[in-house]
Design a protein around this ligand. Structure first.
Ligand SMILES: [Zn+2]
Length: 112
């Protein structure tokens, strides 16, 4: 991977991290406990609980993507960044750009 690709990747990860942080803040808001009082009718309380669990699932996946991106950012300047951990061949740049947290090439990832 050359410096230009590294810079491009760095910018892409930083942008995505910023977006994810926003998403997480919004999801946190919508996954707050649903009040048990009469603020909702019975049906809309069910809906609120439903959408709360959707928000919680989204929150979990956003947080895990965020932590993988954070790790990718830390590894970005490593010699072996973009090199498959299993077969030592370079991971195609397209895959690295799409999934910066990937540490395996497509072939090795498929074997798992
Ligand atoms: Zn491989």
């Amino acid at each position: 991977m050359n410096q230009e690709q590294r810079d491009q990747l760095h910018q892409q990860i930083v942008d995505e991290v910023a977006g994810l942080k926003k998403t997480i803040a919004q999801l946190k808001e919508s996954s707050k406990p649903v009040p048990p009082d009469n603020a909702y009718g019975r049906l809309s309380r069910m809906e609120a609980i439903n959408s709360k669990s959707i928000s919680e699932a989204g929150l979990r996946s956003a947080r895990s993507r965020l932590s993988r991106l954070d790790k990718a950012l830390l590894r970005l300047d490593d010699e072996d960044f973009g090199i498959c951990l299993s077969c030592d061949r370079p991971i195609p740049i397209g895959r690295v750009l799409l999934m910066p947290e990937s540490t395996l090439c497509v072939e090795c990832a498929d074997k798992l």
